[in-house]
Design a protein around this ligand. Structure first.
Ligand code: AHR
Length: 500
């Protein structure tokens, strides 16, 4: 297969918001307990946070981290998670049928974020709660002092407000599995009231309203339209969530996950813009793709799910998917899709970060290791420049059972004052693809870095027993001839090229 790209700094998509490289920590499974937090671990600091995990979170390069859920947030009482740790209540988490001790709460998590160098994105509970509790939490986090709840924060040891900017108005409220699930009209009204009230308290917020839990939801499209008709003037972003897995589909279609993600983004943009047109509004709604990843949801439903009135484990092993080479290639391709929509997607969260469908895994009392998916995320976050370029991609195509004709090669490019980065995926399962990149518009540049993920065994994984089985490979590139760089991409591979 063949593909060609033409890069020129004058052909841009838009600015790349660093929030595109966000992630997500939910009180779920071993994400927090035995994940980021394990007092007694050899690397734990004085607050019980694992230093080895923090080092990998920093290396991954995550900007914003969404917290504390996910489905968990729809039954969460934020007050349980502040104040003296020994006085905090132990609660049943209905979303994951687990016990939540609240040992790690808002203050501890914000301290951890400071150590990780990431920004907090908070979700409010619009499942079992409403406007009043959202306002209370906002007063606690963002008001400097002088009111009961802000003074309570000060008394609890945080003299400065957290100044949280990004807020999710609930989580996946379109999903029948969600505590407090309701229809688009009812949610839209609640989200609008909540947003107006929160802005009355703090006008500087960036508010995210819930879009669809995935593109196959029966209400996808109509949900966005109805919710935006209620909330258009009150919010800034609408969320998209989506997960893909090889087990649920054929390999060719799985490799086209980035194509599916692009369709979802473009369909939500079209819906948001139709509401904009109907209102003659000059405001444009952006997308927060605040849950995306490879996740075998069927395995969770059949093997992991916990039941029983007397069975509420603490920090159980849940959603601990082991990622393969092909999963990493798909994660790289999903980042390509996000970059190619940088004009409309200004925030995104890889779901999730540690142990739970995560690029970083831990063993209690033992080591931390990188899953295969760590590599494309870390490299894209490190190399992505401040402006996304149109790549003017022309590629051979292949037929997929799920999406029809899809490009075999997909690509994204970014640039900044220091150089240009190109990210490529070859979706062919059996052939190398030849890609020519016209870089003559970039001036006198050379390849300074070229790394790939590929393997003879596309199902190879990194595990506790074999933590370094899969890693990045440096690839040799041929010299640029007459302004054209020619590359051969192995089958089922993801590649990043840095030109300076
Ligand atoms: O990320 C795991 C779960 O996936 C989240 O809790 C939920 O929002 C989504 O369905």
């Amino acid at each position: 297969p063949q593909a060609s790209l033409t890069l020129n700094p004058q052909f841009t998509i838009g600015a790349v918001d660093r929030r595109l490289f966000g992630s997500f920590i939910e009180h779920l499974g071993r994400a927090v307990y035995d994940g980021i937090y394990e007092p007694g671990h050899a690397t734990a600091d004085d607050q019980g946070f694992r230093g080895d995990v923090l080092a990998l979170v920093r290396e991954l390069g995550v900007s914003t981290i969404r917290y504390p859920g996910g489905n968990f947030v729809s039954g969460f009482k934020w007050e349980d998670s502040v104040g003296p740790a020994e006085k905090r209540p132990t609660r049943l988490d209905l979303a994951w049928h687990s016990t939540e001790t609240n040992e790690v709460g808002l203050h501890e998590f914000s301290d951890w974020l400071g150590k990780a160098g990431s920004e907090l994105m908070l979700a409010v509970n619009l499942g079992t709660r409403g406007v009043e509790e959202a306002l209370d939490l906002l007063e606690y986090t963002n008001v400097p002092s002088g009111s009961t709840l802000s003074d309570q924060r000060v008394a609890n040891g945080l003299p400065e407000p957290l100044g949280v900017k990004m807020w999710c108005l609930g989580n996946e409220m379109d999903g029948p599995w969600q505590l407090g699930h309701r229809n688009a009209d009812d949610y839209g009204k609640l989200a609008s009231m909540t947003a107006k009230a929160m802005r009355q308290l703090d006008s500087s917020l960036e508010l995210v309203v819930c879009g669809s839990s995935n593109r196959t939801m029966p209400t996808f499209g109509s949900w966005e339209r109805t919710v935006l008709e209620h909330t258009y003037d009150d919010i800034d972003l609408i969320s998209c969530h989506a997960y893909w897995a090889e087990n649920n589909i054929d390999l060719g279609s799985f490799l086209a996950a980035g194509h599916d993600m692009s369709l979802m983004i473009e369909e939500v943009v079209a819906t948001a813009d139709s509401v904009k047109a109907a209102r003659r509004s000059d405001k444009t709604i952006k997308i927060s793709f605040d849950e995306w990843n490879v996740w075998d949801i069927n395995r969770f439903a059949t093997e992991d799910a916990i039941t029983g009135i007397g069975n509420w484990p603490k920090a159980p092993r849940l959603l601990e998917d082991q990622y393969t080479v092909v999963d990493a290639v798909v994660v790289g391709s999903l980042l390509i899709s996000l970059l190619n929509h940088a004009d409309r997607v200004s925030s995104a969260s890889l779901a999730q970060l540690v142990n739970v469908i995560a690029p970083i895994m831990t063993e209690p009392g033992g080591p931390v290791w990188k899953q295969t998916t760590f590599f494309p995320f870390a490299v894209t976050s490190r190399l992505a420049g401040s402006t996304a370029l149109t790549s003017r991609l022309v590629s051979d195509t292949y037929e997929t059972s799920a999406y029809g004709s899809v490009k075999i090669v997909d690509a994204a490019a970014t640039t900044d004052a220091l150089g240009t980065s190109v990210f490529l995926v070859n979706r062919s399962v059996d052939s190398a693809s030849t890609v020519t990149i016209d870089v003559s518009g970039l001036g006198n540049v050379a390849v300074v870095e070229a790394v790939s993920i590929f393997d003879d065994d596309i199902h190879a994984t990194n595990t506790l027993a074999s933590p370094d089985r899969v890693s990045l490979r440096e690839v040799a590139t041929s010299p640029i001839v007459d302004g054209v760089l020619t590359l051969s991409l192995p089958p089922v591979s993801w590649t990043a090229i840095r030109l300076e």
